[in-house]
Write a protein that binds this ligand. Structure first.
Ligand SMILES: [Zn+2]
Length: 94
């Protein structure tokens, strides 16, 4: 069960090439130290953030697996730029 947030940005300029920036934001291992109050170090072992609620709700920031806030999870951003070049209609009429 992976939740992937994909943000698509389409160039709306008058350029003939369109570049789309695909950004994948993932929240990986939970890094909250549950033993901080006793001077130790123990994480809950949650491997990946899963929102317990839909986008726009407070549950979207709470992990369904471990119950921690999303900020405790290691953030990983992958940015990918996809350029699409559409050549003008080639006409071989001579
Ligand atoms: Zn956690």
């Amino acid at each position: 069960m992976k939740k992937r947030q994909v943000v698509l940005k389409s160039g709306r300029s008058s350029s003939t090439t369109s570049a789309s920036v695909i950004r994948n934001v993932r929240y990986r291992e939970c890094q909250k130290n549950h033993a901080a109050n006793i001077g130790g170090y123990a994480v809950d072992g949650c491997r990946e953030f899963m929102a317990s609620g839909g986008e726009g709700t407070t549950g979207a920031l709470t992990c369904a697996a471990c119950g921690c806030h999303r900020n405790f999870h290691r953030r990983e951003v992958e940015t990918e730029v996809v350029c699409e070049y559409t050549p003008p209609n080639s006409s071989y009429a001579q």
